[in-house]
Write a protein that binds this ligand. Sequence first.
Ligand SMILES: [Zn+2]
Length: 365
Amino acid sequence: MDLFRVEKKATGSRARLGRVRSSHGEFATPAFMPVGTKAAVKGLITAQLLELGTSVVLANTYHLYLRPGSDLIRQLGGLHHFMNWNGPILTDSGGYQVFSLSDLRKVTAEGVRFKSHLDGSEHQFTPELSIAVQRDLGSDLVMVLDDCPPYPIEEESVKRSLEITHHWAERCRNAELNPGQALLGIVQGSTYPHLREESAKTLVQIGFEGYAIGGLSLGESRELKTEMVDAVVQNLPEESVHYLMGVGTPEEILSAVSLGIDLFDCVLPTRNARNGYLFTSQGPLVIKQSRYRDDSSPIDPDCDCYVCKHYSRAYLRHLFISKEMNSAILNTWHNVHFYLRWMEKIRESIANDTFEELKNAVSCC
Ligand SMILES: [Zn+2]
């Protein structure tokens, strides 16, 4: 069973409509994966995710390995059962979190040694362990362990880091997966186009079911990011799924779709919701602002979500100021709805040959 197939290509850009097939169901691309780092999408239970039309979620190997432990999750029937999500799940390998959250990282060809951000205990991730943990979790889309250099970084250090990333990718490829699990390689190379190209080619040579682009959105300019994505996608097989990790705003997603990206994940809709920052068709809305104190209109008059149908800005501001937990729930509902509808709009525009019009209508892209 092929993981991915392209169903329609847009004219005038590399945007495409596609379909991912996993052992826990299919979904249409371009797709956005709400982030459920610790086996929970913050603020939304499964029934709500389903009602919102969520087709795939992301969970994190680093966090679940440390707590509650992947062996426990395996004993309890695997991650799908544990978190009551029967749709597709992608698990990140933990590479990025080791570099962004833990102390005392020591990277060798063997693996990365780190201290848990929870209790300071020492651990080592090897490519084989990362895959074994993802096998315990039983996710559908499995990511290779990669070395994630910081930004900015000099070229020589990126070259050394890439050697490790490619060596680890090969070891992940050779590790055993559960039947039905698909493995995605991760292209690194910081902001050096020739290293990005080289990384893409090396990974394609090893051969994966799909390819991700990691190590972006670390503070580089939008132009540089676009240049890197472009350099990578041109060197990936057209018929494989392309995943841009950790991106981004609705505008960045649209721009990346036009470069040939199919899959996205980002904490923005959920994290911003908890901070009272809401996405609307008219741009961002900060719900705590005093001008919404007596505003009886919905967050976004053009949004048909449950929250916009039933609640006013004044009420949502009151919940936020009062630190009611329903504030996070309702704000998250709206933001995730906004993102999923945005992806639907992008897919429709590719299907109707109006993608270029949509892109031109969004000024930044
Ligand atoms: Zn809404």
